[in-house]
Design a protein around this ligand. Sequence first.
Ligand code: DCP
Ligand code: CA
Ligand code: CA
Length: 369
Amino acid sequence: MQTRVVMLVDMDYFFAQCEELRNPVIRVKPVVVCVFSGRSEDSGAVSTSNYVARSYGVKSGMPIYLAKKKLENIDATFLPVDEKYYEEVSAKVMSILRKYADFFEQAGIDEAFLDVTQKTSGQFQEATELASKMKNELNTQLKLTCSIGIGPNKLVAKIAADERKPDGLTLIEPEQVQEFLSPMNVSRLLGVGIRTREKMQCLGINTVGELARYDTQRLNEVFGRTMGTYFHRAALGVDDEPVEERSEIESFSRISTLKQDSRDLNFIMETAERLCSEIHDTIVNEKTNFKTIGVIAIFKDLSPHTRSKTLESPTDSLEVLKKNTKKLFEKLFTETEDEARRVGVRVSNLSKEQKGQKQLTSFIQKRSE
Ligand code: DCP
Ligand code: CA
Ligand code: CA
């Protein structure tokens, strides 16, 4: 396999930077963005803060009263989170980043992975130039700064991005990976939370290097095969997970010609149910969930008519698929008059399931929260 060139771009102190953006005068002061619980004036936790506030010891997750104590007698700004606004800024950021990638994967509100292997012809030096260009564009277009990690895979890119903040750029070439990771505490690895860290400590493992050298058999015994194997590979800086678009465009669909033209719901559902089952087989195979269901009816005059519905949450249920398909066709035929010649079903807004090897990272992310 060709060496990949992967970047992780993470926006600096994102929510607080967004606040500075719409009110630049606060920039020089400590800015603390808070999730107020509403129970009393100061109850709640710090979401994030700018680096000025951090220099006084303010941290994400800290109780608000504690942050206020750290900033006692200092002219600081405390603001409530405004996620809708941060989402808007995030969308602008992502549309700029996307242009620089061969493959793009948004990994959070303020970060994204970019596979730039083709764009850089596999040259890491070219990736640094690309990263500088990107930083420049973010700066001139949006007045925002970010930190970027570049490495041969997502795991290394992510850790590299954390290495220098704010406004950092860290390049780790394949031959530097071992040296880079070895001295780090195991807690830097995704999936190593407090309890895992303690367990590893008991085994005499503190650094990533020690973890890499540890007997794999024994790791599997302690953590189970899935996690044991993951820890061993992660410690070696090995990670095959592709940078993949979590696409809303991507979809699975089936279409079929009816035995005779019809607008009879029961007759149409005979065909539609078969299409649903076929789609369901595919999504089970692909270990995918869908959130949007769409139907199409192509009328005798070949005009296409579509209806769709987005569910509250993703699912892989055949029953949900059939039920909604029926509702959508019912709606479609109530709102139109002609007979259909062909009918189709489509699922989109796909997301990978939280099980199976492929989604190990998201599984770990969930677990470590
Ligand atoms: N966030 C939060 N609570 C946390 C961590 C994060 O509400 N415990 C929110 C606020 C952050 C945003 O998510 O602005 C992005 O999280 P990051 O971990 O990337 O942290 P920041 O962007 O704030 O800071 P950094 O400059 O360290 O990336
Ligand atoms: Ca960030
Ligand atoms: Ca982030």
